[in-house]
Design a protein around this ligand. Structure first.
Ligand code: ADP
Length: 436
């Protein structure tokens, strides 16, 4: 018989994707099938996610579906949906960047410790407190993250999450429980039970199994967030290894022996077994490049610049005023002068300046106590740019390479394959996660 396959399903901001990999043995991790569905998070309800999930399953070859031993899903972090006792969504999802909950921040500051990851208008806990003040709140029985809800569609169990999604809900990943200040609140009864990512939850719902030719024993495992899934996909598995995402924004994640937190810089750490994934996000990145260049121009002009020759242009490229990390200044203005006539020189200056910001970001994480940087993998649209990679390596002074896999669905497929424990077991062992 064919070796069992594991399926990872990714709900990101602009697309949904499924990747099936071989779960065990020599060929473990090899991709056997992929499916994609058009979906735009900003235009969808939770019921639409269910339809997208079903479309992805239907799109996989039957030969793959009938060999699936396990499934896991990831969703965008801090995208949440309030549900009734039977799991029915009570409202449109509150998206990852929704800031309506800014009104409850004073209340939240009075109960949560300083520097806590929940102290942001877009955190899941801020959203829950905001929802508590809405008239529709009365019927709420569950408050689920996007990944929790999508997995509910597969296994039918309500009120289950993982410690990556639950971080911004206030879950304490060091002590593996909700803190006392949170357990004392009236909304505590709505909080999901939290498992380690990749933990088996339940067999797949019988009706789904029948409809999509899945084995009855196919197990649904706890998921993760989209950006942690992308980190797992890159295969960055030693302390000091980092993944830079060069997408619309510049996002850094560094695998660290120490947990670092600095709310004013938007820096927090996710638990990864007994290690920590320290991260920060800058507002610079591909969105600024797009303001000046088409994708074709970016490719052609980058091929003309000499990456070994440093540009003296010192910019701070931002799409609009405001920066969080590595400089925390909500009023920081973009600096894009002087602008040379030569577009190659201008692009060189932009890429050089973003590389300085990336380097400053990793320095900041290390100053706060993260493990020193040893290697950087690159994901996102900018990962294709070889000249930029050379410029970045010159500044970062460590090896820089494109991630072997940059699809979040691939990282989640590894979770489904039960690889999380294996990945974590291969990491050097420390005493205990730092409890501060
Ligand atoms: P996201 O998912 O964050 O929206 P992607 O990972 O899809 O972003 O990457 C898109 C970004 O990649 C765009 O903002 C674009 O400017 C940038 N990009 C595309 N091609 C290149 C290139 N050759 N060099 C640098 N940046 C690029």
């Amino acid at each position: 018989t064919a070796s069992p396959l594991a399926l990872g399903i990714d709900f990101g901001t602009s697309g949904a994707r499924a990747i099936a990999v071989v779960a065990t043995g020599e060929a473990a991790g090899s991709i056997r099938a992929m499916a994609g569905a058009k979906y735009d998070l900003t235009q969808t309800s939770a019921r639409d996610w269910q339809l997208v999930l079903e479309a992805l399953l239907a799109d996989l070859p039957v030969s793959v579906r009938c060999n699936l031993g396990a499934i896991a899903c990831n969703g965008t972090s801090a995208t949440v949906v309030p549900c009734a006792a039977d799991g029915a969504p009570l409202a449109d999802p509150l998206l990852y960047n929704d800031s309506r909950a800014a009104t409850v921040l004073p209340e939240l500051r009075a109960i949560a410790p300083p520097e806590h990851a929940v102290l942001s208008a877009s955190s899941s806990l801020a959203k829950l407190l905001w929802w508590q003040q809405q008239p529709e709140f009365t019927r709420t029985r569950w408050f689920l993250h996007q990944a929790d809800w999508v997995e509910f569609c597969l296994h039918g169990q309500l009120g289950i999450s993982d410690y990556h999604n639950a971080l911004k809900l206030g879950y304490d990943p060091a002590r593996l429980r909700y803190p006392d200040w949170l357990q004392g609140l009236a909304i505590a009864t709505l909080l999901p039970r939290v498992l380690a990512p990749g933990t088996p939850i339940a067999p797949i719902d019988e009706a789904i199994a029948l409809r999509f030719d899945l084995p009855a024993a196919c197990t649904v495992r706890a998921g993760t967030t989209d950006s942690i899934a992308a980190f797992l996909a890159a295969g960055a598995l030693a302390p000091g290894t980092a993944v830079t995402s060069l997408g619309s924004t510049l996002v850094l994640k560094l695998l660290s022996e120490r947990r670092v937190e600095a709310a004013q810089y938007g820096i927090y750490s996710h638990r990864l077994g007994h290690l920590w994934l320290a991260g920060g996000a800058s507002n610079t990145g591909g969105a600024v490049l797009q303001q000046f260049f088409s994708a074709n121009d970016l490719r052609d002009l980058s091929a003309c610049l000499d990456p070994e020759h440093p540009s003296e242009l010192d910019y701070y490229p931002l799409p609009r005023a405001g920066e969080r990390f590595p400089i925390a200044d909500p009023e920081l203005l973009p600096r894009l002068q002087p602008r040379p006539d030569d577009p190659v020189a201008f692009l060189h200056g932009l890429l050089e300046s973003m590389s300085r910001i990336e380097t400053l970001g990793y320095c900041r994480l290390q100053e706060l106590g993260a493990t020193p940087l040893q290697r950087v993998y690159t994901a996102g649209g900018g990962a294709l740019n070889v000249a930029w990679e050379r410029i970045r390596a010159r500044h970062l002074k460590v090896p820089v390479a494109a991630a072997q896999h940059s699809e979040a669905a691939y990282g989640t497929a590894l979770l489904a394959a039960g690889q999380f424990d294996a990945i974590v077991a291969r990491l050097p062992r420390l005493a205990e996660p730092t409890l501060e």
